[in-house]
Each structure stands twice: as structure tokens, then as C-alpha cells.
Design a protein around this ligand. Structure first.
Ligand code: HEM
Length: 183
């Protein structure tokens, strides 16, 4: 993955838990890179090892770490570093989600070697179904955190995000989320 992902893990840890905690995480992860370059592609193993080390050092389960990172990615990285790209996604949560399948097309202009996820989004009566197709394993909780981040970005209330089926434990080749608007 591009270095911006690993840099953002560092930003999250330093902001929320301090520099010393980050140094512990770097030591624990035993990786040979200490400064990630935004636009350089790194083996995915760096990201997985960093996330694992965050989980160990903070004594928090990995899915909680991934969820926290997903929300941070939307609210603190995407919105602050790429405000116009985020604004072009739509004016409401619903509109942004319906446009999500095309979102990373714009990201390719900045990150041409991106291996982006694929999304399929459709209304199902009053609720919305969101398919998350990924070539990478184990990132379901990160996606869930991102969805919560998008809800918060629009400051909308009464939206529930339900993980309806997981690729790992179903016949599906993707994760499936249902978005419910509380009446
Ligand atoms: C300006 C905003 C955004 C930028 C710059 C961006 C960029 C990236 C980058 C660099 C990666 C790593 C993949 C790679 O390097 O090959 C990635 C992955 C990912 N992005 Fe985005 N992204 C943005 C917004 C979003 C939004 C709004 C979502 C909505 C849910 C999203 C969902 C994901 C997911 C789930 C992955 C994991 C990749 C996988 O499953 O293989 N991103 N994105």
C-alpha cells in the first residue's frame, strides 16, 4: 500500500497516544522503515505488522484498532488532506455513499499504482446495501470504521451500520453492510 496509509497509522498513534507509544510500536513491529514516504508503494506486510504492533502495545484487539484507524482516515486524513476530493463525493451521507463506487477513480490521479477496493451500493427498500470487495484480507473492520467516519463527516444522526455478512464466514466473495436510517 502507499506510504500515506502507514504514515496515517503513525499520525493516529502520535496524536492519540504520544510519540513514546509510537516508538514502542515501531520497535515491536521490527520493521526496517521508520519514515514512510507518502507516494511510495510499500509491501502490505508493513501495514499489517504495524496494525498488529499497535494492537499489542495498546492491548486492544485488532478489529478495534482497524475501526479506529478507519474513522481517523476519513475525519483526520481524507477530510484534511484532500478536502476537495471528499467534497466532490456528495452533499449528504446518502449521496456520498451512492457515489462511493467511483470514488477511488479520482484517487488514481494522485496514486496511480493504487490497488483500490471495489464497492457496489444499492438501495434495498428504505435501507442501503454496500458491498466491499477487496483483494486484501482482514480489513472489514477498517471499512466499518470508515463508514462511521463518513456518517460523522456529514454530522448526520440516526444512521445504523450493520455488518450483514462477512466474506470470511459466508459464501460471498465480499463483505456486505446494511445502512439503516432510524425512523
Ligand atoms: C481522498 C480520500 C481518499 C484517498 C486519498 C484514498 C486513498 C487510498 C489509498 C492510498 C489506499 C491504499 C491502497 C493502495 O495503496 O494500493 C486506500 C485503500 C482503501 N480505501 Fe481509500 N482513499 C480515500 C477515500 C476513501 C473512502 C471515502 C473510502 C470509503 C469507505 C475508502 C475506502 C478504502 C478501503 C476500504 C481501502 C482498503 C483497500 C483494500 O481493501 O484493498 N477510501 N485508499
Amino acid at each position: 500500500m502507499y506510504g500515506i496509509i502507514n504514515q496515517s497509522i503513525q499520525d493516529l498513534v502520535v496524536k492519540e497516544f504520544g510519540e513514546e507509544t509510537w516508538l514502542k510500536i515501531i520497535a515491536k513491529s521490527r520493521i526496517d522503515v521508520h519514515e514512510f514516504q507518502n507516494h511510495q508503494v510499500y509491501d502490505d506486510a508493513y501495514t499489517y505488522r504495524l496494525a498488529g504492533a499497535v494492537s499489542e502495545v495498546l492491548q486492544t484487539d485488532l478489529n478495534t484498532v482497524l475501526k479506529m484507524f478507519g474513522e481517523f482516515w476519513i475525519l483526520e486524513i481524507s477530510m484534511k488532506k484532500y478536502p476537495s476530493m471528499m467534497a466532490s463525493g456528495g452533499l449528504s451521507f446518502k449521496e456520498f455513499m451512492l457515489n462511493l463506487p467511483n470514488f477511488h477513480n479520482r484517487v488514481y490521479l494522485t496514486y496511480p499504482e493504487l490497488i483500490a477496493p471495489e464497492f457496489k451500493v444499492r438501495m434495498d427498500g428504505d435501507s442501503m446495501l454496500v458491498e466491499y470487495h477487496s483483494q486484501r484480507p482482514g480489513l472489514t473492520a477498517m471499512m466499518e470504521g470508515m463508514l462511521h467516519g463518513i456518517v460523522k463527516m456529514f454530522k448526520e444522526q440516526g444512521i445504523l451500520i450493520v455488518l450483514e455478512a462477512e466474506k470470511i464466514s459466508s459464501d460471498l466473495d465480499h463483505d456486505l453492510f446494511r445502512i439503516i436510517w432510524e425512523k
